[in-house]
Design a protein around this ligand. Structure first.
Ligand SMILES: NC(=O)C1=CN([C@@H]2O[C@H](COP(=O)(O)OP(=O)(O)OC[C@H]3O[C@@H](n4cnc5c(N)ncnc54)[C@H](OP(=O)(O)O)[C@@H]3O)[C@@H](O)[C@H]2O)C=CC1
Ligand SMILES: CC(C)(CO)C(=O)C(=O)O
Length: 329
C-alpha cells in the first residue's frame, strides 16, 4: 500500500512517524524547508510519552519523485491546500484516495451530502471551486483529527495527547479503501473508528474550534481560562448555539450538549489553541475554515449568525493587522 503524507508538520509528521515505525506500508512524505532537510539527514524524530524515537521515512520536496499513490493524506493547514494543488497532482492516479486531515469545514462538505445543497462548493474554503475541480471529491475520505502535536524543531515532532483519527467516507459507506487504511493506522498504534456519519463528528470538533479558537486569539487566553470566565464562556456558548442551528438544519446530529462540549474544551486545560499559537508565531491563522465557512453555511441555510459575524470581523481584522491572514484564494 503506497501512502504519501503531503505536509508532514505536526499532525502529518506524527502520523508519518507512527506508520513508518509500524513498517507495514510503503510510506513517503512531502515536506519543505529546514524540516525536510532535517528529516532527510537524521530521520523524522518523534517524542511521545516522554520517549524519543526516530523513524526512517522517504522524504521528498517534489511529488514527482514519488509517483502515483494509493492514498494521499493531506495534512496541510486548510489555507495551504489550494496553493499546493499543482504539487499534489503527480501523486494522483485513477484509484488514489485523498484523506483530508484539516480542522474546520471541509471543502467537500456537500459531496454526497444529499439535499438541496448537494454539490455546493464552499467559497470560504475553496474559492472558485478549484480544489473540488482539481482533486475531485470522489477521491475523498474525510477525517476528524483528535491528537495534539507540535513541531518543536526541524525534523522533530512532539506528540502532546490523543491517538484518535476518525475516518469516514462522505457517503457513509464502509468502503474497502477506508477499512484498509483504518487497519494500517490501527496497526500503527492509533485509534481509528470508521464513521457512517463523519459530518456529525466534524461538527462536534468544529463547535470548539469555531468559538474557542478566535476567542483565544482575541484575548490571549487558554481553553481553561475561556471556559472558566463567565463572560467568555457565554460568548463561546452563543456562537456554538448559532452553529448548532446551522448544523441541525443540515441534518447533523449533535451527540453531546453544548455545555458538555464547553466543559470538555475547558478540561483540556491551560492550552493555547492553534489559532492563538499561529498568531503569536506570526503564521497564517485558519480563520476561513474554522469560522468564515460556518458563516457561509449560515447564509446558505438562512440561519442568522450575529455573534459569529462579530467575532469573525474582529479576529479577521486582528489577523490582517498582524499579517496572519491568508485566504485560500
Ligand atoms: N497540531 C495539532 O495539534 C492539530 C492540528 N489539527 C489540524 O491539522 C491540520 C494540520 O495542522 P498542523 O499539523 O498543526 O500544521 P503544521 O503547520 O504543523 O503542518 C503543515 C505542514 O505542511 C507544510 N506545507 C504547507 N504547504 C506545503 C507545500 N506546498 N509543500 C510541502 N509542505 C507544505 C508546512 O510547511 P511550513 O511550516 O513550511 O509552512 C508544515 O510543515 C490543520 O487543519 C490543523 O487545524 C487538528 C488537530 C490538532
Ligand atoms: C485545542 C483545540 C481542541 C481547541 O478547540 C484545537 O483543535 C485547536 O487548538 O485547534
Amino acid at each position: 500500500m503506497r501512502i504519501t503524507i503531503f505536509g508532514a508538520g505536526a499532525i502529518g509528521g506524527y502520523l508519518a512517524a507512527k506508520l513508518a515505525m509500524a513498517g507495514r506500508v510503503d510510506l513517503s512524505i512531502v515536506a519543505r524547508g529546514a524540516h525536510l532537510d532535517a528529516i532527510k539527514t537524521a530521520g523524522l524524530r518523534l517524542i511521545e510519552d516522554g520517549h524519543e524515537s526516530t523513524a526512517s521515512v522517504r522524504a521528498a520536496a517534489q511529488a514527482q519523485e514519488l509517483g502515483v499513490q494509493d492514498y494521499v493524506v493531506l495534512a496541510l493547514k486548510a489555507h495551504s491546500l489550494a496553493p499546493a494543488l499543482d504539487q499534489i497532482a503527480p501523486l494522483l492516479g485513477e484509484g488514489t484516495a485523498v484523506v483530508t486531515m484539516q480542522n474546520g469545514v471541509p471543502w467537500w462538505y456537500f459531496h454526497k451530502a444529499g439535499g438541496s445543497l448537494e454539490g455546493t462548493r464552499l467559497q470560504a474554503v475553496d474559492p472558485g471551486g478549484v480544489i473540488w475541480d482539481r482533486l475531485g471529491p470522489d477521491r475523498v475520505i474525510g477525517s476528524v483529527v483528535y491528537p495534539a502535536a507540535e513541531v518543536d524543531a526541524p525534523g522533530l515532532v512532539r506528540h502532546i495527547e490523543g491517538k484518535r483519527f476518525s475516518l469516514g467516507e462522505p457517503s457513509g459507506e464502509k468502503s474497502e479503501r477506508v477499512m484498509r487504511l483504518a487497519e494500517e493506522m490501527v496497526a500503527a498504534g492509533l485509534q481509528v473508528p470508521v464513521r457512517d456519519d463523519i459530518r456529525s463528528e466534524i461538527w462536534v470538533k468544529l463547535w470548539g474550534n469555531l468559538s474557542f479558537n478566535p476567542i483565544s486569539a482575541l484575548t490571549g487566553s487558554t481553553l481553561a481560562a475561556i471556559a472558566a470566565d463567565e463572560a467568555t464562556r457565554a460568548l463561546a456558548r452563543t456562537m456554538m448555539l448559532e452553529a448548532q442551528a446551522i448544523g441541525e438544519s443540515l441534518g447533523v446530529r449533535f451527540a453531546i450538549t453544548v455545555d458538555r462540549r464547553i466543559k470538555g474544551a475547558g478540561e483540556v486545560g491551560e492550552h493555547k489553541t492553534s489559532m492563538l499559537q499561529d498568531l503569536e508565531r506570526g503564521r497564517p491563522m485558519e480563520i476561513d475554515a474554522l469560522v468564515t465557512a460556518v458563516q457561509e453555511l449560515g447564509r446558505l441555510t438562512g440561519q442568522p449568525t450575529p455573534t459569529i459575524d462579530s467575532v469573525l470581523a474582529l479576529v479577521r481584522r486582528l489577523a490582517i493587522e498582524r499579517g496572519c491572514y491568508l485566504t485560500s484564494a
